[in-house]
Ligand binder design. Sequence first.
Ligand code: URA
Length: 437
Amino acid sequence: MNSKQTRPFSAVEIIHVKRDGHRLTDEQIDWVIDAYTRGEVAEEQMAALVMAVLLRGMDAAETARWTSAMVSSGEQLRLAVDRPTVDKHSTGGVGDKITLPLAPLVATCGAAVPQLSGRGLGHTGGTLDKLESIPGWRANLSTDEINRQLNEVGAVVCAPTEGLAPADRKLYALRDVTGTVESIPLIASSIMSKKIAEGTNALVFDVKVGSGAFMKSHENARALATALVDIGSAHGMHTSALLTDMSVPLGRTIGNALEVAEAIEVLRGGGPRDVVELTVMLAREMLQLAGVSDVDPGEVLASGRAYETWCRMISAQGGNPNGGLPAARHMHVVDAKRDGVVARLDAYAVGLAAWRLGAGRARREDPVQHAAGVRCLAKPGERVAAGQPLLELHTESKDTIKPAMAALNGGLEIRDTGASHNLTVLDAVRGEVPAVL
Ligand code: URA
């Protein structure tokens, strides 16, 4: 889609165009992304441009072109797999460990899953941090290793290779410090540039909505889902998005090793109902996009066959699937103050508590504590008695317990009555299916 063009523009001229509310041309977009990646456009000029984009927006065609330009800034993974490839991307939530059972499940059902994942930042966790709690597991793979694992196991979850979408890496760091992260065209193009460079044939988004999500309102989440799917369609990728509720943590565990243990329960045919349901629902959506129609992912998950694929997937990356997971040095139990029903367990409050316990990071370069996190012993709709344990707080450092308790203040309520919280799919956005994969 993007042919590199050489006509030099002036960065100031391009800033003026967007500042004054006009469309950028394909040539202007190609030039500014390329020149920024090479260091010819200065950081302060790009900062002004992305602020203008945040305030003025970009239409679907501009956003698609911006994405292509970022893809062209680096290498594209050459996937050589003899089955259809399909990936899933979640916009991030609290207790969202779905990739862990989903990737081996979809591989067991017959598609190949190449998932280049990220690390967590703030109150939402990252898939690589979760997997790194498995002793020996390695996130960095070469393209040859990715292809070998895709062909032999069918699923690979790893860190993006170095040369993938360098323009996005630079731009994301700039947006982080210039108050320009929250622009839907910039978020969508950032996510999609990495997915297009990854080379998957099809892609399903789980766009989270609610207190524990990046997008707090349905309206913004739908706009992001539409922008993502439109970019996919413009690049010939089968793309769809489900909008799912993130006002309550997903499952009963939040924090890296705790979430891996819960994912293993799901892969063995057990685990919390919401995690099982979302895993199966996303697997169905992925298999449909990949053109695999003769398998029921619900049956495959319940059979435990996906667990065998998980073990092979972990071993292929140096991890020992039977080697045990780290346990935290300290545990603090939060008890129910009264008899009643759990009426509220706020995803953001629990995510923040887990972060303060050491499960998350505040800056990209910070380490995470693999054993830290929260276990929810009771969830909304469940009846509890005074003194009954509600939450377990796990940490390596006792002094994190007080700030974690402060984070939970107001996020947990027991009343006389309260509704149970079922997995809710709020909406779906499906792209036009391109003629050829
Ligand atoms: N994740 C990304 O990869 N990019 C964004 O801009 C936001 C979230």
